[in-house]
Write a protein that binds this ligand. Structure first.
Ligand code: HEC
Ligand code: HEC
Length: 317
């Protein structure tokens, strides 16, 4: 009786996982249109300045020295955060100030933007009172014009995506079951669906007339970034890539995330991303040391990156 039940349960489970794996994600909640009219006067100037920085973060006079890779905010927050897809800034400002378990403090929108500078941009935290920091927050806030404030007591996340981001319920079980086969499948999928733009070596293209951002290596996001986490990248991919025609199944997104995030990239060490205190002012966090490597991002889920890759090419730490 017990064995029968266990068999039934495991058969059910296998079917469950297979059905899930071939699925496309549920549609996103309806995201309102971005406002079109800029505010008048100095406020309007700051919204436009923030917008310009979000699209040109690594070349803009006010932020280029704070960015440590070839990315701009708009490479992940598509169309400067105006695209109604996962990563939009429409709605974001309504969540803030919000509690963040990572920093164990209540974070302002400027604090949250700074976290993408340290991690996704592999750079330094802009000083809160500077024109660049205020301009970006002004632009992101403008994109929530007319939406109700919903301050989030659990996480600093756009309210439209509270149940969407990371899809932890489905990514973690699929990830934990991953083997070298998934890595090889990710490699093949990358060649078929991604490398025309991001290139075989993952470094993208930085030509004057054609820009594709790097997806791994020294010029990409670091190991502290949301997208560097193999349990998080799949959800973003499902809604956003291939650019213009997102069509991956959940299993394909998992395999690609394993392949991409098992490549080398800059290592995140919080203390290297902070300016000295006398220059930066107070860093709003109770967590003052944090380090991640490609290896540790997989080890968190009981996975060994050497076994996944089938070689020993990721530095041992
Ligand atoms: C490599 C991709 C990437 C880049 C580049 C990037 N971000 Fe993000 N950003 C993310 C991801 C992924 C999240 C959500 C996940 C999380 O909280 O870890 C996020 C979350 C945010 C949030 C929190 C709000 C929300 O909607 O969840 C803000 C604000 C933000 N980013 C601003 C910026 C700004 C400003 C820049 C440029 C300085 C930037 N990001 C660059 C990937 C990126
Ligand atoms: C048609 C070209 C194209 C294809 C195909 C494509 N991408 Fe992208 N991808 C882009 C562009 C362009 C951006 C930046 C978006 C922007 O700035 O508007 C981007 C952004 C990204 C980012 C976030 C920024 C970064 O560099 O880390 C990731 C991750 C990514 N793509 C992964 C993929 C994966 C995986 C595939 C295949 C399933 C894929 N892309 C297919 C063009 C493409």
């Amino acid at each position: 009786m017990f064995i029968k039940q266990a068999l039934l349960a495991s058969a059910f489970c296998v079917i469950g996982v297979t059905a899930l794996a071939s699925e496309r994600p549920a549609p996103l909640p309806k995201i309102p249109d971005a406002p079109t009219a800029y505010p008048v006067g100095e406020l309007g100037r700051m919204v436009k300045l923030g917008e310009e920085i979000i699209y040109n973060t690594n070349t803009h006079e006010l932020t280029k020295d704070l960015v440590g890779n070839d990315l701009n905010c708009s490479n992940c927050h598509l169309d400067g955060g105006k695209e109604p897809t996962l990563g939009t800034f429409i709605g974001t400002a309504t969540s803030f100030p919000a509690y963040s378990a990572r920093e164990k403090t209540v974070q302002t929108l400027q604090n949250r933007i700074n976290n993408c500078f340290m991690r996704s941009m592999n750079g330094k935290r802009p000083i809160i009172d500077t024109e660049a920091s205020i301009a970006m927050a002004t632009y992101v806030t403008w994109l929530s014009t007319g939406l109700p404030v919903t301050q989030n007591a659990k996480k600093p996340v756009n309210p439209f995506f509270t149940d969407v981001w990371w899809g932890k319920n489905w990514t973690v079980p699929m990830l934990k079951a991953a083997t070298h086969k998934n890595y090889k499948s990710g490699e093949k999928l990358y060649a078929e669906k991604c490398q025309d733009c991001h290139q075989a070596d993952g470094q993208g293209l930085q030509a004057e007339d054609m820009k594709f951002p790097p997806v791994w290596g020294d010029r990409s996001y670091n190991t502290g970034a949301g997208l560097s986490k193999p349990e998080k990248l799949p959800t973003w991919l499902l809604y956003n890539m291939p650019l213009g025609d997102p069509n991956l199944t959940k299993q394909q997104a998992i395999d690609l995330a394993i392949y991409i995030n098992a490549q080398p990239r800059p290592e995140f060490d919080l203390n290297k991303a902070l300016f000295p205190r006398e220059k930066m002012g107070v860093y709003n966090s109770k967590v003052l040391t944090e380090k991640h490597t490609v290896r540790s991002n997989f080890a968190k889920w009981g996975l060994n990156v050497d076994e996944l890759r089938g070689d020993q090419k990721i530095a041992a730490q």
